[in-house]
Design a protein around this ligand. Structure first.
Ligand code: FAD
Length: 561
């Protein structure tokens, strides 16, 4: 074991949230190290396509405002988002965009030269800012360059297995260098978890292979509370059959959804907003069309962009065209694209306050790893990139302030030993049970029983099967040493199973339908019993409780689009 540090702050994750946090820590004069299991530029943030939502004075619809953006977000969340967090985010959006622009981000422009905007699902006015359909790539490169310019230290291809904690306070992180296979204890006064989402636990997912949701399981093992893990967003339009995302911008720019009968079926589900209803509504509509026999053989519908014309497609949606041509042999200029829903985004996460602080001292979280909560039961598209920048910065600020106020405290010896033992456990076994066998099963169980439509019978089955799989993880074997990618995959699988179990258990517990959580046996929203966050703590198994939702201005209304 190598020991390095102490740092004031260690940030786990090199995506937008992590890098934005690190920049802030550095600017406040504290020492900071960013750790990522990939190169930071390969983080899933780079895959974001459609855009980032913000009201900008002078470059918005005159009827729009940060408050209107906040209301749309609360309605989109089916009233489960904390309204103080939402208001804070939408008020800070303009600053976040202008900052990026000053750092050199090349946003697309409108005819007057202002930062352009496009319509997005659930947003009353067009306010999604973009760089063609490669927005995430543009943002991440900009923030990465800024982090380098500020002198932020980074450690790539380093996998964090655990936090070193006594369940009350963190003392640093534990993990190993993937290339050398050497394990490290990195001492730190504060840690920011910015490890991204966990969509990979579903058989069909738009997420990258990095998105095993390590941060949720790691933080929970260290004593942090998770919130709202039952709420998983299914994106309506993933390319059939590879599940590569076809951005919502395709509908924002005017694309239609068509069933086998050539009908724009959204008129039955969201007559006003049509294809631009929120994602939960559109995904369920597609599933219903397929269930009622109006889908195509194999289970998909069509996304038609042909009426937009080649010039607009090439200017605004070049990646959509490239992906459709390469992976489905379809040219969207000439023919519609086959699409179906796939798991996309984790609304729940590590429970934090408005400054990213968790219930464990010194532990902060931001981005998709965190649940502040601004997305509630359903995230509006283009709000997540905004969340990474707004709350990444705040978490960085709070972590730096926390670290500056105190000296480094040594951890209890057992805490380090426990982390070390967990890291190597898979390499000491010879059971022959490989991570790949379990990983595939998780994906199937989650897709079949904890998917877009859920019911008690399926959820009970999922909990039972996942509980068995979790038991089996104790006999998971993997080789260590240099190039220890197999050991990483084993740990990712353990984390995925813990997260999957959290999602299934919370979904079974919540006997109502709200946003993306749709129970066919409880199809109605139940504000009397369930206008609450689901809180989960890990005690070798998950324990569940409820906490109230913060309502500032908008009591629940009927949610119609
Ligand atoms: C295909 C796609 C398109 C999207 N499009 C949009 C969009 O247009 N607009 C929008 O608002 N949102 C979009 N989203 C969502 C949005 O991109 C993400 O929610 C957001 O970028 C997450 O950023 P993050 O910084 O929290 O995490 P990520 O960018 O996922 O970064 C996570 C980081 O953590 C590191 N990491 C994870 N686990 C470990 C570990 N155990 N040890 C060490 N390092 C670790 C990874 O290496 C990575 O660097 C999209 C998502 C997808 C999948």
């Amino acid at each position: 074991m190598e020991v390095i540090g102490p740092y004031d702050v260690v940030v786990v994750g090199g995506g937008l949230a992590g890098l934005r946090a690190a920049i802030e820590v550095k600017r406040l004069g504290a020492t900071v190290l960013v750790i990522a299991k990939s190169h930071p530029l390969r983080s899933h943030s780079s895959a974001a396509e459609g855009g980032i939502a913000a009201y900008i004075e002078g470059a918005s619809d005159p009827r729009d405002s940060p408050l209107q953006h906040a209301y749309d977000t609360v309605k989109g969340s089916d009233w489960l988002a904390d309204q103080d967090a939402v208001e804070l985010m939408t008020r800070d959006a303009e600053r976040a965009i202008i900052e990026l622009e000053k750092w050199g981000c090349l946003f697309s422009r409108d005819q007057e030269g202002r930062i352009a905007r496009r319509p997005f699902g659930g947003h009353t006015y067009p306010r999604t800012r973009f760089a063609a359909d490669k927005t995430g790539m543009c943002l991440l490169h900009t923030v990465f360059e800024r982090a380098l310019a500020e002198g932020v230290e980074m450690l790539y291809e380093f996998y964090v297995t655990d936090l070193v904690s006594d369940k009350e306070r963190v003392y640093g992180v534990y993990g190993f260098d993937l290339r050398s296979g050497v394990d490290y204890f990195i001492k730190s006064k504060a840690v920011v978890m910015a490890t991204g989402g966990g969509g990979l636990m579903y058989k069909f997912s738009t997420n990258s292979y990095l998105n095993s949701g390590d941060g949720y399981a790691i933080a929970a093992r260290a004593g942090a509370k998770l919130a709202d893990m039952e709420f998983i967003q299914f994106h309506p339009t993933a390319l059939y059959p590879t599940n590569i995302l076809i951005t919502e911008a395709a509908r924002g720019e005017g694309g239609y959804l068509i069933n086998k009968e050539g009908e724009r079926f959204m008129k039955r589900y969201a007559p006003e907003r049509m294809e631009l209803a929120p994602r939960d509504v559109v995904a369920r509509a597609i599933v219903n069309e397929i269930k009622e026999g109006r889908g195509f053989e194999g289970g998909y519908v069509l996304l038609d962009l042909t009426h937009l014309g080649e010039a607009k497609i090439m200017e605004r949606l070049p990646l959509v065209r490239e992906v459709a041509m390469k992976f489905a042999k379809v040219d969207p200029v000439k023919e519609p694209i086959p699409v179906r829903p796939a798991a996309h985004y984790t609304m729940g996460g590590i429970k934090t306050d408005l400054d990213g602080a968790t219930n464990v001292k010194g532990l902060f979280a931001a981005g998709e790893a965190a649940c502040v909560s601004v997305h509630g039961a359903n995230r509006l598209g283009s709000n997540s990139l905004l969340e990474t920048l707004v709350f990444g910065r705040r978490a960085g600020m709070a972590a730096a302030a926390y670290a500056k106020d105190r000296g480094y405290m040594e951890p209890p010896k057992e805490a380090v030993k426990e982390a070390e033992a967990r890291l190597w456990a898979p390499t000491t076994l010879e059971t022959g049970l490989k991570f790949g066998d379990l990983r595939k099963k998780v994906g199937e169980i989650m897709w079949e029983h904890v998917g877009i439509e859920r019911n008690e019978e399926g959820l009970k089955k999922a909990v039972e099967e996942l509980t068995n799989l979790y038991r089996l993880t104790k006999s998971l074997s993997a080789s260590g040493g240099p190039g220890a990618y197999e050991l990483m995959a084993a740990h990712e699988t353990i984390n995925m199973i813990m997260n999957a179990l959290a999602t299934a258990q919370a979904a079974l517990w919540r006997t109502e339908s709200r946003g993306a959580h749709y129970r066919i046996d409880y199809p109605k929203r139940d504000n009397e019993n369930w206008l609450v966050h689901t809180i989960m703590t890990w005690k070798g198994g998950w324990e569940l409780s409820k906490e109230p939702v913060t309502i500032t201005r908008w009591p629940p209304e009927e949610r119609k689009y």
